[in-house]
Design a protein around this ligand. Structure first.
Ligand code: ATP
Ligand code: MG
Length: 420
């Protein structure tokens, strides 16, 4: 019979990749806790209108990447392509905006985009999302980068670059739009069809086009950065000063724009050239008008998302295990009966253990211990029981020795004991 397979762009994740994703998640959670961020869990499925309204109807996501369908009652629903829209909705719907002056939130989970699958680009992927509501001061923009640098350092990532820019506010953008429309209109015949359309509807989006010719034309254009209004300039230089105080190295990329309409002022990306064409593993920015545009009060916001799979691709070392893994090998039924209560005391001590319930030979058990990467194998047979000992094999060093069976404490602290 023909086997059913996963959908295009969807994947099963297992083994080492899961360990890496877990490491990214636990490390992030640790620093979110330390910096005072609280978790929010939001639905995966939302009203289609939520995304159209917040992300913008001329963005790539809304134009061609959303998993949108009608549910059984005929309502148009969408699998979330990103988290900010849903978090802003929740911030308003739960009344959080009225209860707290500042809300620092994070959320972790899968996102869905109907894109062409390739390395580092899937139709279901995971993001760690961080959002701060209620502060416009650029210290918080810097804090997000500061906090992230702790997370990346602990994960062991050293080679990456941080690019920052300001995309201004509606005031500077209106002025700049005229400048940019003049520039692109003169070169309109060489733009791709999408960009011809963008030129009328949303000219700033031309900078985000992946088409080679559009990129070349865009690369020589005037930039918004040189046309910022005074208050956006002050905000951006304040941001740079805080980064400097925190000794965080960034470079200004005057052409950095983000693929969503709601950004104002600060935008940033963390990139690695080890990722190839999809080089950003984290991206974010400020969105001072989004909450209001979604029907809420005038509350500034800023946030970012880590692309978990892309960051996992950059962790090359194998993830260090937190606790050593013990494997119990037994020879015969008597030894098997003996080790069951023994194992129970290991679990009570939070020690990681495994065994083969239906072992045939010592050889097959050792092979299994090897496969699951056990750190220590404890071997027990009739002989050992007679002598009141247990054989301990250190798998990394390849040596073995005996320990008195009643010295459970010593066995349980084996790794600490052996490292001395
Ligand atoms: P890209 O330029 O790669 O399309 P984007 O601007 O669409 O990225 P964002 O919406 O800012 O991405 O999402 C933040 C992060 O999520 C990205 O930097 C990336 O690491 C990750 N990401 C985005 N789309 C995908 C995808 N289809 N598959 C895997 N990771 C993704
Ligand atoms: Mg994209």
């Amino acid at each position: 019979m023909e086997k059913i397979k996963t959908l295009r762009g969807f994947r099963d994740i297992y083994g080492e990749e899961v360990e890496k994703l877990r490491l990214i998640e636990t490390t992030s959670r640790k620093y979110f806790e330390l910096f005072g961020y609280r978790e929010i869990i939001i639905p995966v499925l939302e009203n289609t209108g939520l995304f159209i309204r917040s992300i913008g109807d001329t963005t790539d996501i809304v134009e061609k990447e959303m998993f949108t369908f009608k549910d059984l009652s005929g309502e148009s629903v969408t699998l979330r392509p990103e988290a900010t829209a849903g978090i802003v909705r929740a911030y308003l719907e739960t009344g959080m905006f009225a209860k707290e002056r500042v809300s620092k939130l994070f959320s972790i989970g899968p996102m869905f985009r109907h894109e062409r699958p390739q390395k580092g680009r899937y139709r279901e992927f995971r993001q760690i999302d961080v959002e701060v509501f209620g502060i416009d001061d650029p210290m918080i923009d810097a804090e997000l980068i500061w906090m992230t640098s702790f997370i990346l350092k602990e994960i062991g990532l050293e080679k990456y670059a941080i690019e920052v820019n300001s995309v201004g506010c509606p005031v500077c953008r209106t002025n700049f739009k005229n400048i940019i429309v003049d520039y692109f209109e003169a070169k309109e015949e060489n733009l791709c069809d999408d960009c011809k359309r963008r030129l009328r509807k949303n000219p700033l989006r031309i900078f985000d086009c992946k088409n080679k010719q559009c990129k070349e034309i865009g690369a020589a254009s005037p930039v918004l950065f040189d046309n910022l209004c005074d208050s956006c300039k002050i905000h951006f230089y304040g941001f740079l000063e805080y980064l400097n105080t925190l000794k965080l190295n960034v470079s200004i990329n005057k052409r950095l724009v983000r693929g969503l309409d709601y950004y104002t002022r600060t935008v940033f990306e963390f990139i690695s050239n080890e990722l190839g064409a999809q080089n950003a593993f984290l991206a974010g920015g400020r969105y001072n008008n989004l909450v209001e545009a979604m029907g809420g009060p005038n509350v500034p916001g800023i946030g970012f998302a880590i692309g978990m799979e892309r960051l996992a691709m950059l962790i090359d070392k194998t993830v260090k295990k937190a606790t050593p893994q013990f494997f119990f090998a037994y020879l015969g039924d008597r030894a098997k009966a003996f080790i069951i209560p023994f194992m129970e005391r290991f679990i009570e001590k939070n020690l990681k253990l495994s065994y083969l319930p239906q072992a045939k030979s010592l050889k097959s058990q050792m092979r299994y211990a090897d496969a699951i990467k056990a750190d220590y194998v404890l071997i027990l047979g009739d002989d050992e029981i007679e002598k009141n000992i247990i054989v301990v094999r250190d798998m990394a060093k390849g040596n073995q020795f005996n320990i008195p069976l009643d010295n459970l404490a010593l066995i349980q602290n084996l790794s600490a004991f052996l490292e001395k």
